[in-house]
Design a protein around this ligand. Structure first.
Ligand SMILES: C[S@@+](CC[C@H](N)C(=O)[O-])C[C@H]1O[C@@H](n2cnc3c(N)ncnc32)[C@H](O)[C@@H]1O
Length: 250
């Protein structure tokens, strides 16, 4: 991808809800001619980033930092579902983009089974493992609870772009990522192992959020994570990810 010609000023890219900073750092390393700014509620001070990548702590619901000519790209991965009103964010992103600038939204949606059978949500305390219907999934149950509680403001990323009339949806893609290296294919070596580690890390990282729903005890949640871990090792489950890109009309 060429994101500027050699005579124009450096394009500025905003990574919203930058988290670990991985996207901003990868972007900055791949495009040394661009300036990348990652913003998040919490910034890890030990991030090792190239000199064209900066991070800033801020709450994006209070506004986005502005730049003179507007951003060439605004990217938000797994962020809009955390916001009470993701449409307000899309409007703010639109205002902050340069004419012709690109808004890239990416998010997970509920997972699919590899064999296309209908997933059945299972919740510890309601089902015990030996009772579990063979077509059911502990992971689908986890995602179901997640989408009904902490992620209840989630809206499909393409929908968020399409509802903004001055953004043109120029790209939309849904892709499946295996939840374990067991599912790895030759074209994407290692992807299953990375995905497995991220998803189990996510489960362990949101235990307090699930506890706060008051629906589960800690031991139920711990047991649930163990069941998910085993399930990832034994069943071909794929996470579904959506990407949607909108361009601001010039
Ligand atoms: C699931 S993480 C995704 C991190 C990163 N985009 C990635 O893909 O690895 C969501 C991030 O959004 C950040 N976030 C949520 N609400 C925010 C807000 N109001 N302002 C800034 N960051 C926010 C969280 O702190 C968290 O780092």
């Amino acid at each position: 991808m060429e994101i500027r010609d050699s005579t124009s000023p450096p394009p500025v890219v905003l990574d919203v809800g930058s988290g670990s900073g991985s996207w901003a750092i990868e972007m900055g390393s791949s495009y040394p001619q661009a300036q990348i700014l990652g913003v998040d509620l919490v910034i890890d001070r030990d991030l090792h980033a190239p000199s064209n990548v900066q991070f800033k702590q801020l709450d994006i619901t209070k506004g986005l930092p502005s730049v003179d000519r507007g951003y060439a790209i605004i990217h938000a991965r797994v962020v809009t579902g955390h916001l009470k009103d993701p449409s307000v964010f899309v409007q703010a992103a639109y205002a902050a983009l340069a004419p012709g600038g690109l808004l890239i939204l990416c998010d997970a949606c509920k997972p699919l089974w590899g064999d296309n059978s209908a997933p059945i949500p299972l919740i510890p305390g309601i089902h015990v493992p030996n009772d579990a219907p063979t077509a059911g999934s502990w992971w689908v149950g986890w995602m179901d609870v997640w989408f009904r509680t902490a992620y209840k403001h989630y809206r499909p990323v393409d929908e968020l772009i399409k509802e903004h009339h001055e953004l043109s949806l120029v790209h939309q893609e849904r892709y499946l990522v295996p939840t374990h290296e067991f599912n790895d294919d030759e074209a994407r070596p290692g992807l299953g192992a990375i995905s497995n580690s991220i998803l189990l890390g996510f489960c362990r990282g949101v235990v307090d959020t699930l506890l706060a729903t008051g629906q589960f005890t800690r031991s139920q949640i711990d047991e649930w994570i163990t069941l998910i871990e085993k399930e990832f090792e034994t069943k071909p489950i794929y996470m579904t990810w959506d990407v949607a890109c909108g361009v601001k009309s010039s």
